[in-house]
Design a protein around this ligand. Structure first.
Ligand SMILES: Cc1ncc(COP(=O)(O)O)c(C=O)c1O
Length: 380
């Protein structure tokens, strides 16, 4: 099979180091869950999951059963929690894959009960309480009802309560997030009063895990920061204010391609679709075999790539499978040379956050949007 001309290098050492940092933060008793949905935030589902488990994470969080099946097929036996929706029709597969399921729907719990009984092993369920995100989740009265119903079902075990923060990363004013934490605690107490024993209370994403030890509870669900990225500038500032920024996060991904062609475009010529860029002097243009099909955002403005540690600016529109960059000031650039689209080269680094700024989005979207057809190669 011919190799693709764009690929991502994923540093297993960086992923491991991030897991160690979070273990230090949450301590030995808290279950360290790492979120590997969305192709492990673009880092390669199996590669990243295996590395996280080897490095000491306790459980893997996925969005759906399809991802869980891929992990099991790859021989990964670690506990898995499905954060997204499991339709009742997939309950038997959930039992077969030995996953825990976040549930907020009676029909799903009843289907899981049947599947758990058929499999001869109860399915672990985490009920989702609504605390203000209004995405998944039930109000307190409904959670209590569902917990009471589940208590009589031998095919499920209500082990966890979960919720998700709406507004930790986007602000340094955490009053709303703290009110969600308070509502979560109230729900835990109400369920305890009902006799529901929970040993898997979980709500903390990366930002909450970094900022609030009181949010760690029985398990955390760390996504973006397990890959070495801060959730946002605001989180970094909030962490600095409380000296919690000593956490060392190592970005794990470098996205690369090669130069396909270098040519001189005379002064006054246009470059690319829509003629959005016109040269003002004779310009050396390198054509790169990567485009928006691969996840290189068509909307980037002012983007650079790195060639031999030097920056070269994108010229004209990003095409489906090609990008043109200005290498006038990179005299050594030749066809076949390696190009860094994101990551480090020499003394220069293009971070996911910088790329996100060019694309008008967030680091989460930049790495998750790199197409699955782009190979992920493990590097030390
Ligand atoms: C339910 C849930 N938990 C945890 C996470 C991880 O969040 P983060 O990547 O900010 O750590 C996500 C991410 O979207 C999520 O949807």
């Amino acid at each position: 099979m011919p190799e693709r001309l764009t690929w991502c290098e994923v540093s297993a050492g960086a992923l491991r180091s991030n897991v160690r940092e979070f273990r230090r933060l949450v301590g030995p008793a808290c279950r360290l869950g790492v979120v590997v949905k969305a192709n492990a935030y673009g880092h390669g589902l199996v590669l990243a999951a295996r590395t996280f488990v080897d490095a000491g994470s306790d459980l893997l969080c996925v969005n759906d059963l399809w991802e869980a099946a891929r992990l099991r097929e790859a021989g990964i036996e670690a506990p898995i929690v499905v954060l997204g929706w499991v339709p009742p029709a997939q309950a038997a597969e959930a039992a077969g894959l030995r996953v825990a399921v976040v549930a907020y729907d009676r029909d799903v719990v009843l289907a899981l009960d049947r599947a758990g009984r058929d499999a001869g092993r109860p399915i672990e369920v985490h009920l989702k309480i609504e605390t203000g995100t209004n995405r998944q989740g039930l109000g307190l009265a409904d959670v209590r009802d569902l917990a009471a119903c589940a208590a009589s079902l031998p095919g499920v075990r209500v082990a966890g309560l979960s919720t998700h923060f709406a507004d930790v990363e986007d602000t340094t004013d955490h009053a709303f997030a703290k009110s969600q934490l308070a509502r979560f605690r109230e729900a835990v107490e109400a369920l305890a009063a009902d006799g529901v024993a929970l040993d898997r209370r979980n709500l903390a994403n990366s930002a909450a895990t970094i900022l609030w030890p009181e949010a760690h509870m029985d398990a955390v669900r760390v996504g973006i920061s397990a890959y070495g990225m801060w959730p946002s500038k605001e989180t970094r500032v909030a962490a600095a204010l409380t000296q919690r920024d000593r956490l060392v996060l190592r970005p794990a991904m470098t996205w690369k391609t090669v130069i396909a062609q270098v040519k001189t475009v005379p002064a006054g010529e246009y470059v690319g679709y829509g003629r959005t860029y016109r040269t003002t002097s004779d310009t050396r243009i390198a054509v790169l075999p990567v485009g928006y099909y691969d996840g290189y955002d068509r909307g980037v403005a002012g983007a650079h790539v790195l060639i031999g540690g030097q920056r070269a600016q994108v010229r004209g529109r990003v095409c489906m499978d090609m990008v043109m960059v200005d290498v006038t000031d990179v005299p050594g650039a030749r066809a076949g040379d390696e190009v860094v689209l994101m990551g480090a080269s020499g003394d220069e680094t293009i971070t996911a956050e910088q790329f996100a700024g060019w694309a008008g989005t967030i680091n989460y979207e930049v790495t998750t949007r790199i197409a699955e057809s782009v190979p992920r190669r493990e590097v030390p």
